[in-house]
Design a protein around this ligand. Sequence first.
Ligand SMILES: Cc1ncc(C[n+]2csc(CCOP(=O)(O)OP(=O)(O)O)c2C)c(N)n1
Ligand SMILES: [Mg+2]
Length: 289
Amino acid sequence: MFAIQDYRSGIKPVFCPGCGDYGVLSAITKAFADLQLDPDNTVVVSGIGCSSSMPHDFKCYGIHGIHGRALPIAEGVKLANSELNVVVVGGDGDGYGIGLQHLIHAARRNINITYIIMDNEIYGLTTGQASPTSSFGQKTKSTPFGVIEKPINPMSLLIASGASYVARGFSGEPMHLAELIKNGIKHKGFSVIDVESPCVSFNKLNTFEWARRVVYKIEGHDPKDLSKAMEKAFEFELNPAKLSIGLLYESDRKTYEELEVELKGNKVLAKQDMLGADDILSFLDEYNV
Ligand SMILES: Cc1ncc(C[n+]2csc(CCOP(=O)(O)OP(=O)(O)O)c2C)c(N)n1
Ligand SMILES: [Mg+2]
């Protein structure tokens, strides 16, 4: 049996006092413990940002990667050893800004990993520049006259890109969030949980008080219904007083690992024999080298 503390490194998180990411850290830890994931078989991968410091907080394998490149690293880990539980963590800047192309391709690949995006609608680590989810009109260090671009809608983007488990949580509801993360890890395919996780230092608009006012739990919704899921995904864009949390969309299409010839039938690349000199020579022969 693994206890909660078996998943934590004991390193003090770098988050500011009151940061929403503490709630996310607790929720991920609870999900790991509830699922009894073996820390020796679990990898937490991140990019760069306050939220991306999280691999240090876990006692399992971890890679603190580079900005916007958490997904390619995580996909590489999963392809090399598809028996590992691969969980990616990071911020809205990392995932929806510099790393956006990887998000779309990971979603359409439906690779079996879980991505938790701590969305504080700001670049926290670099002290408060606008991110792709900052509100229209929001004044930040990089937008002193207010944001003039339309914010990204992560839910509709992810559903349209082919992610097969699309959910939103709130760091102020860590138990509810832990369930979403748990089900995301259990889900076969690319699962994403966008978490409304307020930055108490640099975003004075999307505060905990604001979130508690607008967040509500989804009830009576069929996540298998694509058009209903899209309707839910657009709700906040059309009515900023309603930010739904829960599972918006789920589908059970085949994963990348199930379709890729070299991985089909639970083949694990890391466990296959290395090529020997004879294999390489016969390979070169094929090309008359
Ligand atoms: C290639 C590159 N560009 C820019 C930066 C500077 N940088 C570091 S973190 C960051 C944004 C962090 O915002 P987010 O991903 O939302 O994470 P948060 O700190 O809000 O959790 C930026 C722009 C970098 N480290 N590398
Ligand atoms: Mg951020």
